[in-house]
Ligand binder design. Structure first.
Ligand code: FAD
Ligand code: NDP
Length: 541
């Protein structure tokens, strides 16, 4: 039980808390008093409330000198990926005693990797480098048109690419270890699970168990690829967790799934010259603007990707049965990812999890249902699954916990890019969502096709690139949706994402002078509204 006795000293109040320890708070004597009716005054109530909260959060024990004795660490972070590393380093930089645990459970094929989480090892980094490999292939074709002469026989070597990419990843893994050491974060390569609300068990790869306690915890365990749950899937199929370090070129590939991972991987594999088919259950890029998603899909077809629509696999063997024909190919499953929350003892800590999807609901301060346990990154319910989001949330959380800061992670207007052969960048609402929220009559949509100058001499992708902004007529034509299909979409979208954070309007875009000749300048000169049905093809610059 937690009891507080108090006595008034001159210009001080002392609280005697549990264990008979005395906490001396510097406060004016007037803040502790009773009214004539014996009611506690507001100052006391606030102090009492704060004290209770501090006890619940573990802060009171620390003030009382129990913290360092009671717990091994101020903060333990479970998961050394984008969010976990950012949070642990920030907390340590603020002078806290911090441990981060990271452990990679091997895939069914036995693939494993080093420190840094999904993005570095099996996500953004290898994906973007392999996308770049594919773009270079296209650039070589373009180069001939620009006068470069080289042998007709151009081939790609998977092993060379894989080794180069994985060597770079190795250097990043090493860099993370060094920076944790430099910042005095204790890194432990072990699997963590709660055994009590303030205590975890850490099991290393040799099976050795260790126990650690902390005042606060941050969960940042990320996600792993989902399997199909059909016969042969784990035996014969690979996922993105295996692809980037695959020791052999996958050759003819069937990609199952139609979102970010499926389209990006299918796109770069086709760009390497492989025969790629994407099996689509329903639509492309669920949740994205469908007009844009279909345009990105059309460009993929132009770049050699085949689509098998309205199909799902039911069984996988050494050969795959497609339309009654047995085909031997590599199957890459990309049907979503499951949050790594099922085996970390959350029931022992009392943390509530959405039983349907394993995601963790948090309040706007990333606090779970247990006050001293927080969660960030991909495991959060209803939040973006993107590296910069996990990093931002982790950093700001550490500052709020340990530096008295109040800034929260802003999950609105997060810019993102899908690195398909023709890249698609977006920020804000898809058209469908904007119509649902604001009503068609309150929106003005400006759009245009365009032909990047670089593509003109190369003679490709004429009028395939497309730009669209969705503006709210009720709010000065503020831009609430930004969509760009074209080269360097990430670079373009990043800047407009900043502009949208500042609340840019159509007028302000029109008053922005473009940079010529670029693709991004299209947004400074958009005149045709979708509702007008006007011609949006471009004939030159
Ligand atoms: P993670 O980075 O996944 O880190 C979690 C870590 O915790 C992992 O190392 C895991 O092994 C470890 N762990 C799990 N359980 C335990 C445990 N019990 N004990 C100890 N350690 C544990 N995002 C972008 O912004 N841009 C992109 O271009 C992009 N491309 C992607 C491409 C692919 C193929 C994939 C799969 C994802 C991509 N993402 C991209 C998403 C991005 O990788 C994630 O949003 C990001 O990594 C999430 O960070 P996190 O900290 O939540 O988790
Ligand atoms: P998603 O959950 O976004 O998509 C899953 C896809 O698999 C959907 O197309 C879905 O189809 C399909 N699918 C699901 N179950 C089946 C099934 N049984 N049979 C056939 N198809 C199925 O997952 P991703 O793995 O693509 O992406 C996860 C997250 O990772 C993304 O939300 C993104 O935030 C992040 N990411 C970011 C990237 C970036 O920033 N460039 C790149 C890659 C990932 P349906 O629509 O019918 O449900």
């Amino acid at each position: 039980m937690f009891t507080i006795k108090y006595q008034i000293l001159t210009h001080m109040m002392t609280f005697t808390s549990i264990n008979g320890m005395i906490l001396v708070c510097h406060a004016s004597s007037s803040s502790v008093c009773r009214s004539a009716e014996g009611q506690l005054c507001a100052g006391y109530k606030t102090a009492f409330g704060n004290t209770l909260k501090a006890h619940k959060d573990g802060d009171l024990q620390k003030l009382l000198g129990e913290g360092s004795k009671a717990y091994d660490y101020d903060l333990i972070v479970i998961g050394g990926g984008s969010g976990g590393l950012a949070c642990s380093k920030e907390a340590a930089a603020l002078g806290k005693k911090v441990m981060v645990l990271d452990y990679v459970v091997p895939t069914p094929k036995g693939t494993t990797w080093g420190l840094g989480g999904t993005c570095v090892n099996v996500g953004c980094i290898p994906k973007k480098l392999m996308h770049q490999t594919a773009l270079l292939g296209t650039a070589m074709e373009d180069a001939r048109k620009f006068g470069w002469e080289f042998s007709d026989q151009v081939t790609h070597n998977w092993e060379t690419m894989r080794t180069a990419v994985n060597n770079y990843i190795g250097s990043l893994n090493w860099g993370y270890r060094v920076s944790l050491r430099d910042k005095n974060v204790n890194y432990v390569n072990a699997y963590a699970e709660f055994v009590e609300p303030h205590k975890i068990k850490a099991t290393n790869k040799r099976g050795k168990e260790m126990f650690y306690t902390a005042a606060k915890f941050v969960l940042a365990t990320g996600e792993r690829p989902r399997y199909l749950g059909i016969p042969g899937d784990k035996e014969y199929c690979i996922t993105s967790d295996d692809l980037f370090s695959l020791p052999y070129c996958p050759g003819k590939t069937l990609v199952v799934g139609a979102s970010y991972v499926a389209l990006e991987c299918g796109g770069f594999l086709a760009g390497l010259g492989l025969d790629v088919t994407v099996m689509v259950r329903s639509i492309l890029l669920r949740g994205f603007d469908q007009d844009m998603a279909n345009r990105a899909g059309d460009c993929m077809e132009t770049h050699g990707v085949k689509f098998l629509r309205k199909f799902v696999p039911t069984k996988v063997g050494a050969c795959v049965l497609i339309s009654n024909a047995a085909v031997s190919l590599q199957v890459l499953i990309a049907v979503g990812r499951d949050a790594c929350t099922g085996k970390i003892g959350l029931d022992k800590a009392g943390v509530k999890v959405n039983a349907k999807n394993g995601k963790i609901p948090v309040n706007d301060e990333e606090q779970t249902s247990v006050p001293h346990i927080y969660a960030i990154g991909d495991i959060l319910e209803g939040k973006w699954e993107l590296t910069p989001v996990a990093i931002q949330a982790g950093k700001l959380l550490a500052r709020r916990l340990f530096a008295g800061a109040s800034l929260k992670c802003d999950y609105v207007n997060v810019p993102t890019t899908v690195f398909t052969p023709m890249e698609y960048g977006s920020c804000g609402y898809p058209e469908e969502k904007a119509v649902e929220i604001y009503g068609q009559q309150n929106l003005e949509i400006y759009h245009s096709l365009f032909w990047p100058l670089e593509f003109t001499v190369a003679g490709r992708d004429n009028n395939r690139c497309y730009a669209k902004i969705i503006c709210n007529k009720l709010d000065n034509e503020r831009v609430i949706g930004f969509h760009y299909l074209g080269p360097n979409a990430g670079e373009v979208t990043q800047g407009f994402g900043a502009a949208m954070k500042c609340g840019i309007t159509k007028d302000q875009l029109d008053n922005t002078i473009g940079i010529h000749p670029t693709c991004a300048e299209i947004f400074t000169a958009m005149e045709v509204t979708k509702s007008s049905g006007g011609d949006i093809t471009q004939s030159g610059c």
